[in-house]
Design a protein around this ligand. Structure first.
Ligand code: ADP
Length: 241
């Protein structure tokens, strides 16, 4: 049942850089098969929270939980193996490789054979509708293709949870809308629990089942789209009040 589904959680997470508190008492739950949005003004702590949920940042205090286990001290590669993958703002593809190899090396790194990894990679590219990119060099890809390949590569880990750090940055509204369709498809058909961090608030509200709003390191609001749209606290945060 849904109650028993493993979730990715932050519980009372604090992150301090010296005397500066980047996150204060942050609690959130990411459930499988649902899209969760994370919005907030610049400097709110969004990237710090993603880093904390993916092993790139150790919480100063508080827990990161995965299916009930405290994973706050795990390294990024350990969390990936445990089912938590992410993308980065700049694609970070292996620029010396073509698209297929960008995906296949992930499979090989997980211990699969070269041929099985390539087959899996082709299957995934086909499912995403970008099989035509397989032999393209990663280095010269148009921006939106690069983002899709970044997501495809993260999906090679068969993650239970996928954190997307500003995947629509620089996209037109039409491109962002296509991306929204892809994000929904991943959640619906693969059952992946997604955390979407975006400046494009419209995109987040259009695709998320549940939205968290960070401001100055604290969650100031959470709920479905109607709750967020009706929130005075959210309006104040975005107006800088
Ligand atoms: P957002 O992603 O919402 O724009 P960030 O998580 O990048 O916010 O940053 C939150 C705050 O923490 C900012 O004030 C930023 O300057 C600060 N910060 C982030 N990383 C570090 C770090 N490694 N050392 C010191 N301060 C940091």
């Amino acid at each position: 049942s849904r109650d028993k589904a493993p979730s990715l959680t932050a519980s009372g997470v604090n992150v301090a850089f010296g005397g500066f508190k980047a996150l204060t008492d942050v609690t959130m739950t990411i459930t499988p098969g649902a899209v969760h949005g994370l919005i907030g003004p610049n400097g709110a702590g969004k990237t710090t929270l993603v880093n904390t949920l993916t092993g790139f940042q150790t919480p100063t205090t508080g827990q990161v939980g995965l299916a009930g286990r405290d994973v706050g001290a795990l390294a990024p590669h350990e969390l990936r193996r445990a089912g938590v993958a992410r993308t980065f703002q700049a694609g970070r593809l292996f620029t010396g490789l073509d698209v297929l190899d960008n995906l296949a090396v992930t499979g090989v790194g997980l211990g699969h054979s070269r041929s099985a990894s390539e087959a899996e990679a082709m299957k995934l590219l086909g499912w995403m509708g970008i099989a035509h990119l397989a032999e393209q060099p990663a280095a010269g890809l148009p921006y939106t293709d690069e983002r899709r390949v970044g997501i495809a590569r993260a999906l090679m880990f068969s993650p239970e949870f996928l954190l997307l750090d500003e995947p629509a940055a620089g996209m037109s509204e039409a491109e962002a809308s296509d991306l929204a369709d892809l994000i929904r498809l991943v959640a619906d058909e693969l059952g992946t629990g997604i955390l979407l961090i975006e400046h494009n608030v419209g995109l987040v509200l259009s695709v998320s089942h549940h939205v968290y709003v960070l401001d100055a390191g604290q969650i100031i609001e959470e709920g479905d789209v109607d709750v967020i749209l009706a929130s005075q606290a959210v309006r104040d945060a975005y107006l800088g009040a």
